[in-house]
Design a binder for this molecule. Sequence first.
Ligand SMILES: Nc1nc2c(ncn2[C@@H]2O[C@H](COP(=O)(O)OP(=O)(O)O)[C@@H](O)[C@H]2O)c(=O)[nH]1
Ligand SMILES: [Mg+2]
Length: 359
Amino acid sequence: MKVGIVGMPNAGKSSLFNALTRAGVDAANYPFTTIEPNVAVVAVADERLDAVARVVRACEIVPDTIDFHDIAGLVAGAHSGEGLGNRFLANIRETDAIVHVVRAHHDESIIHPDGRVDPLADIETIETELIYADLEQAERRHDRVVRTARSGERAAIAEEAWLRELIGALQSGRPARTVPPPDDAPHALRDLGPLTAKPVLFVANVDEGSHEVPPAVAEHAAAQGAVAVAVSSRIESELAELDDEDAAAMRADLGLSETGLQRVVGGAFSLLDLIAFFTAGEDKPAQSWHLRRGRTAWHAAGEIHSDIQRGFVRAEVIGWQELVDAGGYAGGRDRGTLRLEGRDYQMRDGDVMTVKFTP
Ligand SMILES: Nc1nc2c(ncn2[C@@H]2O[C@H](COP(=O)(O)OP(=O)(O)O)[C@@H](O)[C@H]2O)c(=O)[nH]1
Ligand SMILES: [Mg+2]
C-alpha cells in the first residue's frame, strides 16, 4: 500500500516523513522493497499477529507495511508546470491514498508561502491544484475515447459519457470522488487514476502542546467523509531521534498518549476498506497481509505470491483467536476450528491461512 504525503511548502511534510522513516522497518525483512530517499516504509503494528506468532512458534514477525512517499513540489500552478510539477503528479497518481499535511502551528520563525496561517485556505489551494491536474488528464483521455466511442463500442460509449460528466464536475470545482464510475466500463476509473478520487487523511500540523484539529479543518474533512488527525510534525521528528525510554518520558511530559505517528499510520490504514489476514508456521515467519474486504482466498493467495495463486488447490483457514485458543494448528484440527476452504471462500478479518498449491 502506497500513500503520498502532499501539502503546501513548509507545511511540515518532510518533518513528518523523517519521523516516519526513523520509525520504519528493518529493510532486510522486505527483500522486494526498493529503498528510495523519499519513501518511508512503516510497519502496521498488529497485536493479533504477535499472538499468532507465539502460539505457532514462528521464527520471526513480519508485519505488513505502508509506504509513505514524501511528495515535494506542490505549489499553486504546479499542474501546468513542466518537469517538477508533472513529475510530482505522476508520483501521487500511483498512490492508493493521500495524506494531506496542513500547517496549523503559529511559529512565526517559519515562513508561510502566502504570509499567513490559514489551514482552510491552504487546503483549498492544494485541492484546486489536484482538481486542475485531474481536469487536464480527463480532457486528454476524453479526446482519445471520443474517437473509439464513435465505433459504437459499448465500454467506450460508457467511458466517454462518464468522462464528460467528470469534466463538468471538475470544472465546477468538485472532486472526482463525487462522480460514480461507470458500470459498463469497469476499468475507466483505474485507467484514469484521478487524484481527487483517492481517499484523504488530513494531518493538521498543530502547535506544540495542542492536540486539537482546528474546527475549520475538522468540518472540511467531515464534509468530504474524510478523517483528520492532529500531530506536531516537529515534536514527532524530535521524538523519533530519542531512544524509546526518553521518548516515552517526553510523551508523558507533553501529555501525548498515542504517538502521532500511530495516529497517522492507523488513519491512513483505515482510509481503505481493508482486512488483515495472517500466514504463520513453526520456525517460519509469521506475516500479516492486507486485502480489500469481500475478496476471496484466491485473491489472498495472490497477495502472498503469484505462483501460489496460480497453483491454488485449497486453503486451511482458522480465525486467529481460535488458533490461539486451540494452542496451535494441531489443536485447531482436533477441535474442528481449522477448516478446508476453496478458492471462492470470502476472507474474514483476522483469518490465519495456509494455502495448499501445486508448484
Ligand atoms: N514550530 C514548528 N515548526 C515546524 C513544525 N513542523 C515543521 N516545522 C518547521 O517548518 C519548516 C518546514 O518544515 P518541513 O517539514 O521541511 O516542511 P515541508 O516543506 O512541508 O516539507 C522546518 O523548519 C520545520 O522545522 C511544527 O510542528 N512546529
Ligand atoms: Mg519537504
